[in-house]
Design a protein around this ligand. Structure first.
Ligand code: SF4
Ligand code: SF4
Length: 638
């Protein structure tokens, strides 16, 4: 219907003289277009009409469906459920266009034997990560990213010319999703324009590259798969950016980022089969990205060990650190040593307590406060100290704590103080520490006998250390099934399903968990697996530690002489944002079958695209109404 509406509306436009966009730098008109092969007639008519008008087709104020919490399960069309404004959505679309152009140039330069500076890949990772759900909402930062993209792209062009290479990356003119601006490889914004451009001007440009426009001119199944690749790249960028912060790079992952962006700008992306091939390749590189981050964490901070973590107050000045960044956690702990300030983790930083180089070295890392990210407005308002948000997932700060929250890294919110820092250099947290000194901190603590604790730190080394016990428990019939219940948490009532699944697991089963989804049940008493020394609940860490779960499953499969699908193991994954997308693609690449995801299917996948995945891997959407029935089915290997 949207296609029909836009075709009708645009066809009625006989002529648009001198669109405002035509006067903007970077605007390239006159491209000939052929429609995507899979496009229905009306979509082609719509594309042709848009071409004629050189106006984006905008039925809504914005359109974004990259995460699970998207409005009505179909798309955010007026303002994001996450708080993203239409202007921010269009700026992110424009940044993605710029990143595609930079990816094309980086991939082309590499193929021509020209060295691509590391800073190009660093920017690809950092800026791509900034477009992930709930990372950065600060318009000025997006303008900076776009400007840096343009200057790095100019640098690559110069390096090619300096080597006597006069060619440019391919810029096919028949891709319907680039119908209003020149192909990203051919599109330039000059720096003086960018320096003077208002946010409104950039927003207008962003509309021409926007998903809201593209969804009217591209076949929805193909568009959905392209978006899945884009979102998977965002998840991969999160991993590689986090790893880079820890000093670890993998040239293969870096080069793939550029190549994958270039793929989305190529005629190959018109082909459904080649697009599905790229989805699989992205999953393969996703495993490498996860491995790289795991290496970064474990070489720097040691292998996590099972650790008791306090979740009740302790007297003293206090800083709460949230997000996922262990390097920031380490550096903040080092700078607060001897100040009398206690450091508390929040959300996905709970697993930080398991790392020997953090917990053992810094006794003032005292506990975990609050729950998953979506509760932060309540948690941060009630916390009696200063707060640092290191990575996703930030929510609009409330007035009650706006003057005591800080962001760092790629996180941003207009008006919130940002702690700057260059890659590889230690940041200065003194403003945050001073703020904590001004605040009361916890003035009460319960008697030690009433203090509550949870356990974390069962990453791959700890679990594999008891692999013999696990195998014995299976062989002796004490362990019937293992459930991996993990991933992201969120505010929707349907997510209670994951807590109910965990609670419904029988006594002779184990529950592995990771990600902030654990907060649905992490403090429930699961007890021990009868007749064994094994706890029934095993917290393997952050969503960033998915690699740990892959290693454990692969090793157990090896011991039992089977593959992952042959183990008494079921995956029940809660997804929210794009790290979950890359984890899912990686698991599918590893040919893991019968995965359940939920609470809803991704809005960006059409029923046709979903069917391809369901047919090949038997991917299932969780039955939120019947968690107990899902438990039975999983135990039956379905
Ligand atoms: S990131 Fe999610 S919640 Fe935010 S606008 Fe996009 S789909 Fe909506
Ligand atoms: S698991 Fe997902 S939703 Fe939860 S904090 Fe990490 S990135 Fe955000």
């Amino acid at each position: 219907m949207a296609s029909l509406r836009c075709a009708t509306r645009l066809a009625s436009l006989t002529r648009v003289s001198q669109s405002v966009f035509a006067r903007l730098p970077g605007f390239a008109g006159g491209q000939a277009h052929t429609a995507v092969r899979a496009s229905p007639l009306l979509v082609r008519a719509c594309a042709a009409a848009a071409e004629l008008a050189k106006q984006p087709v905008l039925d809504n104020k914005m359109f974004c469906y990259q995460c699970e919490q998207t409005s009505k399960g179909t798309g955010c069309t007026t303002v994001g459920v996450c708080g993203k404004t239409p202007e921010m959505a269009f700026l992110q679309d424009l940044l993605t266009y710029s990143l595609k152009g930079l990816g094309c140039w980086a991939d082309f330069a590499r193929q021509q034997g020209v060295e691509v500076p590391r800073k190009v890949y660093s920017l690809l990772n950092a800026a791509t990560f900034a477009t992930l759900t709930n990372v950065n909402f600060h318009d000025a930062r997006f303008k900076e990213y776009i400007s840096t993209c343009q200057s790095l792209r100019e640098g690559l062009e110069k390096s090619l010319r300096d080597k006597g290479i006069d060619a440019s990356p391919p810029a096919p003119v028949n891709l319907p999703w680039f119908d209003l601006l020149a192909h990203p490889a051919a599109w330039k914004l000059n720096q003086s324009y960018l320096a003077a451009a208002s946010m409104d001007q950039l927003t207008q440009l962003g509309k021409m590259t926007s998903l809201e426009h593209r969804r009217h001119v591209v076949d929805p199944t193909l568009l959905g798969l392209h978006e899945m690749i884009t979102y998977g790249l965002r998840g991969l960028a999160a991993y590689s950016h986090h790893a880079e912060v820890l000093g670890h790079r993998d040239p293969e992952v870096d080069e793939f980022m550029a190549r994958c962006y270039a793929f989305l700008c190529s005629e190959d992306a018109l082909d459904l089969g080649k697009t599905l091939g790229m989805v699989d390749e992205l999953g393969a590189v996703g495993v490498k990205g996860m491995q790289l981050l795991d290496k970064g964490h474990t070489t720097k901070f040691g292998h996590p060990e099972p650790t008791q973590v306090r979740i009740t107050p302790k007297k003293g000045k206090a800083i709460l650190i949230s997000g996922h960044d262990l390097q920031d956690t380490h550096d903040l702990l080092a700078q607060t040593e001897g100040t009398g300030i206690n450091v508390w983790t929040h959300g996905e930083l709970l697993p930080a307590h398991g790392y020997p180089a953090l917990k053992k070295r810094f006794p003032h890392l005292v506990g975990n406060y609050g729950g998953a990210w979506y509760r932060q407005q309540k948690d941060f308002a009630e916390f009696p100290g200063a707060v640092l948000m290191t990575t996703n997932c930030i929510v609009e700060p409330r007035q009650s704590y706006a003057d005591r929250i800080f962001t760092t890294g790629e996180v941003g919110w207009a008006g919130v103080r940002h702690i700057e820092g260059e890659m590889g250099r230690t940041k200065d947290y003194s403003a945050l520490i001073s703020k904590a000194q001004e605040l009361p901190g916890f003035e009460y603590e319960p008697p030690e006998s009433e203090a509550k604790f949870v356990t974390t730190g069962f990453a791959r080394n700890a679990v594999l250390g008891v692999a013999g016990e696990v195998v014995k428990a299976v062989q002796e019939g004490h362990l019937k099934h293992i459930f991996l219940i993990g991933g992201c948490d969120g505010s929707e009532p349907d997510r209670k399903y994951f807590g109910r699944v965990a609670d419904a697991t029988p006594q002779d089963t184990m529950v592995l968990t990771l990600g902030c989804g654990k907060f649905r049940f992490y403090d429930h008493d699961f007890g021990m697996l009868p007749n064994t020394p094994l706890p029934r609940l095993v917290d393997m860490g952050q969503c960033n530690d998915a690699y740990s779960a892959v290693v454990v499953a692969s090793k157990l499969a090896e011991v039992f002489g089977t593959d992952i699908n042959g183990l008494p193991l079921s995956l029940d994954l809660s997804w929210l944002e794009q790290k979950a997308v890359i984890i899912l693609l990686s698991l599918l690449h590893l040919n893991v079958k019968n995965i359940r995801i939920g609470p809803r299917a991704p809005a960006f996948l059409t029923p046709e695209a979903l069917k391809v995945i369901v047919d090949k891997w038997n991917l299932q959407i969780v039955d939120t109404k019947n968690p107990e029935s899902d438990v039975q089915k999983m135990m039956a290997g379905q």
